[in-house]
Design a protein around this ligand. Sequence first.
Ligand code: CP
Length: 362
Amino acid sequence: MRSLIDIQDLSVAELDELFATAADIAEHPARYAEAAKGKKLATLFFEPSTRTRLSFEAAMLELGGSVIGFSDADSSSAVKGESVGDTARVISAYADIMAMRHPREGAALVAATRATVPVINAGDGGHAHPTQTLTDLFTILREHKRIEGLTVGFCGDLKYGRTVHSLISALSRYAGVKVVLISPAELSLPGYIKGGVLLEAGMDFSETTDLEAAIPALDVLYMTRIQRERFPDPDEYERLKDSYVLTPEKLVAAKPTLSILHPLPRVNEISVRVDADPRAKYFSQVENGKYVRMALILSLLASAADKTPLTAPGEEMPTMACHNPVCITRCEQELLPRFRVTNRELQIIRCVFCEKRAEERR
Ligand code: CP
């Protein structure tokens, strides 16, 4: 049985296959109208969502399947203290596949270690959002016919923006991709992406705070929202919230072939006046998300006969601890923390659930 917890769970060949299926679905939807007949998708959303939940639900319905689930943690037994692991085990008795969004980093991985049906990570805290990455890559492919060799700018909240983390991780596997990181210093990329992905993969990347100066070199501009809900300090959010606002005036020197993407929702970071620009692709990105999720559901259902839950990666290290306050290991009943060495030379050890750097137990 396969689950999708991290975008690296899929090889480039598997990504190509998913995108080919998604393109075929977009062209011939009727051919897929009964492809998941008799199957149920459970959507377990412990955090708000419009696009991810509803695109998963639309995807399953358009495949002829049905949908159960909840869109609010307060209407689930999580409020009574039920663990993520038990929830996943229980839902496995009701559904053939599940998509989970949770505010705790690593929650979907925990779910996959207990579920007997495929689990899809629909966003875990500020950590990862692999199905948004499928959406993003599919959109880039449709617009540019390639991913290799593109220059991709990421602008806004690179610290808490989980879609940025997953997309950079995916791009690291395509030759010649250049990354331009545009953010205030306070919202720069976390170490597990900068050190663990960009530097490890030897990617060509640069950092700036100046959006306008960066724009002319870009093939793709990936704008992001400042993630208010992840800030421990509301005053810091107020100070940073309008760091970048993309307007038509700032696009004057942009390439005519630029694609402007945004995972949405936007708050104020792209003026609505940009929507009429043919380079604004964020609404076609939304539609592409449904097709790739249809392809993903079909692919994971094909692996579902084997009911073996995922084995958590890494190993127990009794002397190490994860101090990330939003890691799932900080609250999940009897979950033993696990770690892996990600760089032997520099002695970097990371929690396998949230990927934050582990520290010696205090
Ligand atoms: N892009 C995205 O994840 O949107 P939602 O939060 O609305 O699902």
